[in-house]
Design a protein around this ligand. Structure first.
Ligand code: TIH
Ligand code: FE2
Length: 297
């Protein structure tokens, strides 16, 4: 269903302008006609959006707000023990609402004075080059629909909970925001699709699913772990590997399952020194060298 590294459902527009979002058979909302219709309507808002327009406002239903309330309450408790300090600092400064789904426009207004980041709407699948490239300008593509009510603890694709609770709290923290930006610069600097793919995998294993050690305890900083109260309970039991660019940039992963291989950045300093430095300077040749080095191991 999902192409590796492109973690939004494909969206199709018919000749008559009807928008339909493709969901895989294993998606919890696959057989729910009302949910599919809602997804299509929200995707249509993003497709209509043009740069310069105000962000689309979604009139969320009470049932949708209720999913946000439930998930944010569960996550807030778990974050205290499981999230890294910088992320918690970001959350404290951003102060997301717990009782309702915030609009992306409102999250952007809170984020911009903190680190300069703001959201742009994504209907579904965003090409890698755009998704990562605009990070260099402090822009983050986000979906606006919410996960299916039947499985609130985990969803196989990014939803507004993931985009906002997972990413915005990190984007509100200056050190993380700087890492997102250099990831975007890297995506713009590399030419080949292979090198872009490598940059994107490193992003996956760090800003999406990264963990690090703080005071001898393994904590999460990746947005994909921090937006799932199911996965947050499991990550410490996964295979934890040392931070290694070559490995992160070349191994495969399945976005629809709990990630069973995670990389311990060690510390914020090390994450910046290794991954931040790589993104800030890499080019096609540097990526080729890392790939060759992995092959020769
Ligand atoms: N699995 C995450 C969640 O349940 O919040 C969402 C995703 C993030 C990245 C890929 S899917
Ligand atoms: Fe994400």
């Amino acid at each position: 269903m999902f192409e590796e590294g492109q973690y939004f459902a494909p969206v199709n527009t018919d000749a008559d302008g009807t928008v339909s979002v493709e969901l895989g058979e294993n998606h919890p909302g696959f057989a729910d006609a009302d949910y599919r219709e809602r997804r299509n309507a929200i995707a249509a808002l993003a497709l209509d959006w043009q740069p310069g327009d105000p962000m689309p406002t979604v009139a969320y239903t009470d049932a949708e707000h209720e999913i946000w309330r439930l998930v944010s309450a569960e996550l807030a408790v778990k974050h205290r023990d499981m999230a890294v300090r910088d992320y918690l600092g970001g959350a404290e400064r951003l102060m997301l609402p717990r009782d309702r789904i915030p609009q992306l426009a409102e999250v952007s207004r809170a984020l911009e004075p903190l680190t300069g980041f703001s959201y742009v709407p994504a209907a579904g699948l965003v090409p890698l080059r755009d998704f990562y490239g605009v990070l260099a300008e402090g822009k983050f593509h986000a979906t606006q629909y919410i996960r299916h009510h039947s499985v609130p603890l985990y969803t196989p694709e990014p939803d507004v909970i993931h985009e906002v609770i997972g990413h915005a709290n990190a984007l509100a923290a200056p050190r993380f925001a700087a890492l997102y930006r250099v990831a975007g610069e890297a995506a713009r600097r590399v030419h080949s699709e292979e090198a872009l793919e490598f940059v994107s995998r490193v992003f996956w294993f760090t800003l999406e699913f990264g963990v690090m050690t703080e005071a001898d305890e393994l904590k999460a900083y990746g947005a994909g772990i921090l937006s799932s109260y199911g996965e947050i309970d499991e990550f410490r039991g996964m295979t934890i590997m040392p931070l290694d660019l070559g490995t992160m940039g070349t191994i495969d992963y399945d976005i629809t399952k709990y990630q069973d291989k995670l990389f311990d950045a060690g510390s914020m300093d090390q994450l910046e020194d290794v991954v931040g430095e790589f993104w800030a300077t890499c080019d096609d040749d540097a990526v080729e060298r890392l790939k060759a080095e992995v092959k020769n191991r």
